[in-house]
Write a protein that binds this ligand. Structure first.
Ligand code: TXA
Ligand code: MG
Length: 360
């Protein structure tokens, strides 16, 4: 299949490209398009063909449910059924963060297919602020299922070129909206009714941080993992696993093909003779102690400016992809400060460094 790449700039091009995307979506096929977090692979929620095609193109296992994107806030009721006790806290959160990178897990309406939710009684819902997906949703008038536009277990695309790398030949169309402004997948939360404040369970860390959310409820403590990593659990445990709260959150979810190691301090690492290394550095500063640890083939800097962790978030997946293409023996990553969106970056780096999960 030929995959076309259409521009969304200037305005005339946007108009034409959106029209073409809507035509394809109305025909039950899929389109990759930009959101403010990462590129998504979109299909009409009401089309079983489109939903199948998303799973096929991504090689995504059927147990991993999709996020649904709404055209308008007041269409929430078409896909989710909110319990009365949660209506007010949900509305406050939606007003504060939608459109934006926050996804809610809510009880689903019966009309939402089991294929979308992987048989779960809940559905993941968000509303993106990106003008391109907003236009497509507006013209289509129906919600779109849109997971990240990468093949299963691989790094999410944050540019049209990265989406092409992932899905070339598998889908008919990619809309090119340039680089994504947040660079990491949306924060996913579940709300639990409680007085005086709801409890907010953060299932996936992302651009909306715990600090921003704590005004709106009590942030639940994370459950302790049974072992160091999911990967270790999978490797050593053959007993049936309990259902995961966010099923896509398997340990190896952001895996580059090149072995990837996350350091906690420069003392963690000494190079092996004859091996070729690349470094993913936070600030690229010698005083941090990482730059001279080896004769690195390449040093990529997450935050070369004064942008700190938000700048690092925008560049993370782009640089991980670049380093993965060098063909070095191992990519070494510096830790980043774990505040604000830094926590979400560290979560992605830990997952990238985890051994592949055998069952996925
Ligand atoms: O920023 C984002 O959220 C991007 C853009 C394209 O919207 N999408 C995205 O989708 O990251 P995806 O499918 O790659 O990640 C969605 C995550 C998966 O880990 C999935 O398991 C989880 O959301 N999820 C979906 N439905 C769920 C549900 N009902 N309960 C728990 N987790 C769910
Ligand atoms: Mg994904």
């Amino acid at each position: 299949m030929e995959t076309r790449l259409l521009p969304t700039d200037p305005k005339d091009a946007l108009h034409e490209s959106v029209r073409e995307a809507v035509r394809i979506l109305e025909g039950g096929d899929v389109v990759a398009l930009p959101t403010e977090t990462v590129y998504g692979l979109a299909g009409d929620v009401t089309s079983p063909d489109a939903i199948n095609r998303i799973f096929e193109a991504k090689e995504r296992p059927a147990f991993d449910p999709l996020i649904v994107h709404l055209p308008k806030r007041d269409q929430l009721g078409e896909v989710a059924d909110v319990e009365p006790a949660l209506e007010k806290p949900l509305r406050r959160l939606m007003e504060a963060f939608w459109p934006g990178p926050l996804t809610f897990i809510l009880p689903k309406q019966p009309s939402v297919s089991d294929a979308i939710t992987a048989g779960l009684p809940t559905v993941a819902v968000r509303m993106s602020s990106h003008p391109v997906i907003k236009r497509v949703l507006h013209e289509l008038g129906r919600p779109l299922a849109a997971p990240s536009a990468n093949r299963f277990g691989r790094i999410s695309p944050t540019s049209a070129a990265a989406a092409q790398e992932e899905l070339q030949g598998r889908i008919p169309l990619i809309l090119d909206g340039g680089a994504c402004s947040a660079g990491l997948e949306s924060t996913i939360i579940r709300l639990e009714a409680a007085e005086p404040k709801p409890i907010i369970h953060i299932l996936r860390q992302g651009p909306v941080t715990a600090d921003q959310l704590k005004k709106f409820g009590k942030i639940a403590k994370k459950k302790k993992p049974r072992r160091e990593t999911d990967a270790e659990a999978a490797a050593t445990d053959t007993s049936p696993q309990p259902p995961m709260e966010a099923p896509g959150q398997t340990a190896s979810h952001y895996a580059p093909r090149t072995p990837f190691r996350l350091l906690t301090s420069p003392a963690d690492f000494s190079p092996e003779a004859g091996k070729r290394y690349a470094l993913l550095s936070y600030r690229g500063e010698a005083k941090d102690g990482y730059l001279d640890l080896a004769d690195f083939e390449e040093i990529s800097i997450l935050s070369p400016g004064s942008g700190k962790v938000p700048e690092a978030a925008v560049r993370l997946f782009f640089l991980m992809r670049q380093l993965d293409q060098l063909g070095v023996d191992e990519i070494i990553a510096e830790p980043v400060p774990e505040h604000g969106i830094g926590a979400a970056i560290m979560e992605r780096l830990r997952r990238a460094a985890a051994e592949p999960r055998q069952s996925a």
